[in-house]
Design a protein around this ligand. Structure first.
Ligand code: SAM
Length: 282
């Protein structure tokens, strides 16, 4: 008997994958996929299946505070809010904005963080490793005139991204599994939020080679402690040493990688997440 393949990441498990494929192909399930705990448990955690959002760590006040300083936020919010027309996400009332998804607000904040670091993203070829249901892609595609957007993910998750982005009429997105990533590709900007850092050692090495080291700019929200904690049997010191060794390996290939931790939200600080960037001008 052959051994089953080990999971490629902490989110690579069968219920999540099956739920994404089902939501992508069944219009009834698709209508409310952002309330399906098998999906939201991975991509939009802290949301109760049947009730209002429970943002245990993400604070709506903090997000609004960060967005309010962006001069064009109010102008662009209506088009960004279209993200919430699909999948029936749980919404929270926000004065001045109406009903809003905290996760959509977070995608918008991240888009503005990138603009702050790299300038306008107009004309860039972007690649995202682990794109969730496509929420970040949708926001960036609305805010900028991108040259192209490629998402690399598990096949079932790509199906859901395709369905979601099609429903929002966001075209020209390329969906790739790991095996489809050509060795000679290059990108202007690589993104991987709460995703690359969750991958197995083997996959991190693969994507470092094929994607990160082949991208002129990068932005990664690095939630490393979850994986390293589990690997080390919840020994904080061992987890930290382990993860620092991984980061040192990445910095050998991308010497201009820096941590810009002031961009973190309080939830990231609480979970010891970091923001890793390279190729930025600010
Ligand atoms: C925690 S979610 C983060 C989603 C999104 N980036 C965000 O900011 O909310 C982790 C993402 O990594 C993806 N993922 C899991 N295993 C993967 C793999 N082997 N290759 C690429 N992506 C993978 C998941 O499907 C999911 O899209």
């Amino acid at each position: 008997m052959t051994e089953p393949e080990p999971p490629s990441s902490i989110s690579d498990f069968s219920r999540y994958r099956a739920a994404c494929a089902e939501a992508a192909t069944d219009p009834v399930l698709f209508r409310s996929f952002r309330r399906n705990p098998d999906i939201s448990g991975i991509i939009e955690p802290y949301i109760a299946a049947d009730g209002p959002e429970r943002p245990l760590a993400l604070s709506i006040d903090e997000l609004i505070g960060k967005l309010a300083i962006e001069p064009d936020f109010v102008q662009h919010y209506p088009v960004c809010k279209r993200n919430d027309e699909i999948g029936d996400p749980p919404l929270t009332h926000v004065d001045g904005l109406g009903d809003a998804s905290i996760y959509t607000l977070r995608y918008i904040k991240i888009a503005y963080d990138m603009r702050r670091l790299f300038g306008s993203l107009d004309g860039l070829h972007i690649v995202e490793i682990g794109g969730g249901y496509g929420g970040q892609c949708a926001i960036l595609s609305r805010l900028f005139k991108l040259a192209s957007y490629t998402i690399i993910d598990l096949p079932e998750v790509l199906q859901l991204q395709r369905a979601y982005l099609q429903a929002l009429e966001i075209g020209s997105v390329e969906f790739l599994t790991k095996d489809d990533v050509a060795a000679e590709r290059r990108w202007d900007l690589a993104i991987s939020n709460y995703a690359y850092s969750e991958l197995s050692e083997e996959l991190r090495a693969f994507y470092l080679d094929r994607v990160l080291a082949r991208s002129d700019r990068g932005f990664m929200l690095w939630n490393y402690m979850i994986l390293a904690f589990a690997r080390s049997g919840h020994d904080y010191r061992a987890a930290l040493m382990d993860e620092l060794a991984v980061l040192a390996g990445i910095m050998e290939r991308i010497p201009n990688l820096r941590f810009v931790d002031e961009l973190r939200l309080a939830s990231d600080v609480e979970y010891r997440n970091h923001v890793a960037v390279w190729g930025h001008t600010a």
